[in-house]
Design a protein around this ligand. Sequence first.
Ligand code: TXA
Ligand code: MG
Length: 339
Amino acid sequence: METKVLPVSDESLALAADLLRRGELVALPTETVYGIAADARNGEAVKKIFEAKGRPQDNPLIVHICGMEMLRGIVAEVPERACKLAAAFWPGPLTMVLPKGPEVSPVTCAGLDTVGVRMPSHPVVQAVIRRSGVAFAAPSANLSGRPSPTNAADTFADMNGRLPLILDGGECTYGVESTVVSLAGKTPMLLRPGYVTREEMEQVLGEEVAVSHAILEKLNEGEVARSPGMKYKHYAPRAEVTILHGSFNAYRKYLASHAADGVWGLCFDGEAARLPVPCIEYGAEDDPAAQAHRLFSALRELDRNGAAVVYARCPEKDGVSMAVYNRLIRAAAFRVVEL
Ligand code: TXA
Ligand code: MG
């Protein structure tokens, strides 16, 4: 299959809408990462997403909408908590897990009785939904297990030959996938951290948002993941990544004693010139939003440079940093060294 990469224009948006209505796939930018869209109601179309990504069939997809009225049929009910969070954070990088409605294909939800929904703020997504009239399921546009793409070139690198169209809308704003919060249980639970933080949601809801422990730690053997996505190895570059937790000086010393061919550092802005191995910088130490924006493209850059072993500086664990730590610890297969 030939994969076209087209800039966003009236014609390319019309083509995207047409493909979606015909049950085909379209890769497109969102404010978080690039996604692969297919009609969420059409099980045959959604199956093509799983094939294109090589994604396990038991990992559910998020449904994207462009107005509250589209929730009808997609979710079974809109609890008060969902109204509050939608008013505060939609359109934007927040996914809510709610009781599933009758119109969503079981393939989209991997057979669960809940569905993840979000209303993205990206103008290209909104235009495509409006033109097609299709609420689409869309996972990140990476091959399963690889870092999520944050630009059209990285999307093409993974999806060339696997789908007919990539809309090139430039770099994504946030660079990490949406926050996922479950509102389907008795109390709200954070399933995946993102740019919308736990603290911000607690403020809006006036109650605690529990944190699934799988966010920052490895699941125990045999433990059931609340969010199936959490059980898979994720975001991994080809290199073996290890997080080094400690001061810059301790990091520098550790690199000096481990320097060898193929050893790279993943460090904060302004540090590379002072380190004894080649390094990629992924944002300033005190700027978690910049780290989120840079992390996935930095991991792909390490691959392109042929890095075999990567030692990464450790982000914080709260606020937006929780999203960065959550992605990096999976890229590192949970390897952390205390310096
Ligand atoms: O920012 C994003 O959310 C991007 C863009 C493209 O919108 N999409 C994205 O989708 O990250 P994906 O498929 O890569 O990640 C979806 C995550 C997975 O971890 C999945 O397990 C979880 O959301 N999820 C989806 N539906 C769920 C449900 N019903 N219950 C629990 N977890 C769910
Ligand atoms: Mg993903």
